[in-house]
Write a protein that binds this ligand. Structure first.
Ligand SMILES: [Zn+2]
Length: 229
């Protein structure tokens, strides 16, 4: 017995008997999920269509930050051709909740924000806008809130439209279409002024004055014929 203990002791010293903690089962760590794949995109100026290339160059020059997306057809009726994914709508101004938006629509959006929106924010609030809150760009759906055109495909289904729900000012104040359109004098004044200006930037502009479906946002698109309400 004593010999056996001595033998075991020397085996342990020699490392032949594994230490107790080595008997714990190995800990498996779940591998981190891969980051979501970016949408197929290309370099600025690499789109096959010359008008889109020119638009991307103009959008870049206007100070927007964006990723040009490859043309995509999502279904028989829904597509995004010549679209971009915006991160900054204008220099230093983020835009939230956007997916594909045609460059043709993104460019007047950038010019609207950098021009009349900033001017109106300075005039009504004495500060600049620091963030634009979108309520969506591309969406494969029909027109909503209008029985006469409910079976008509929305311009959103071609990434040709953007909905703007509100703005965050440099001092942190948030101005939304839902509460401001009929709200305090400065918020209503600001929102009506930027709405009226948008009618010079976009082909179609819809506001809470159009119908109840637009009570919480301004809709801008570059399709159809000129309409501003
Ligand atoms: Zn819309």
């Amino acid at each position: 017995m004593r010999r056996l203990l001595v033998l075991l002791g020397s085996l342990a010293l020699a490392g032949c008997i594994p230490a107790a903690q080595d008997h714990h089962p190995p800990v498996y760590r779940r591998p981190a999920p891969p980051p979501p794949a970016p949408p197929p995109h290309h370099a600025v100026g690499a789109h096959p269509n010359a008008d889109v290339r020119q638009c991307e160059a103009d959008l870049s020059r206007a100070g927007a930050m964006f990723t040009p997306l490859q043309d995509q057809r999502f279904s028989a009726s829904c597509s995004a051709f010549g679209a971009v994914q915006m991160s900054l709508v204008a220099p230093g101004i983020a835009i939230t909740n956007t997916k594909a938006l045609t460059c043709e629509t993104a460019l007047p959006l950038t010019r609207w924000v950098e021009g009349p929106v900033q001017a109106a924010a300075q005039r009504w609030f004495g500060v600049r806008v620091s963030r634009v809150e979108s309520m969506g760009t591309y969406s494969c759906r029909n027109v909503i809130g209008n029985a006469a055109s409910a079976s008509k495909l929305s311009e959103h289904a071609h990434a040709n439209a953007v909905d703007i729900g509100g703005f965050v000012l440099a001092d942190g104040r948030r101005v939304t279409v839902l509460s401001g359109w009929h709200g305090a004098d400065d918020e209503a004044g600001f929102l009506h002024e930027v709405h009226d200006a948008a009618c010079r930037n976009f082909i179609t502009v819809l506001s809470p004055d159009y119908n109840a479906a637009h009570a919480n946002h301004l809709h801008f698109d570059m399709g159809g014929s000129s309409f501003c309400r």
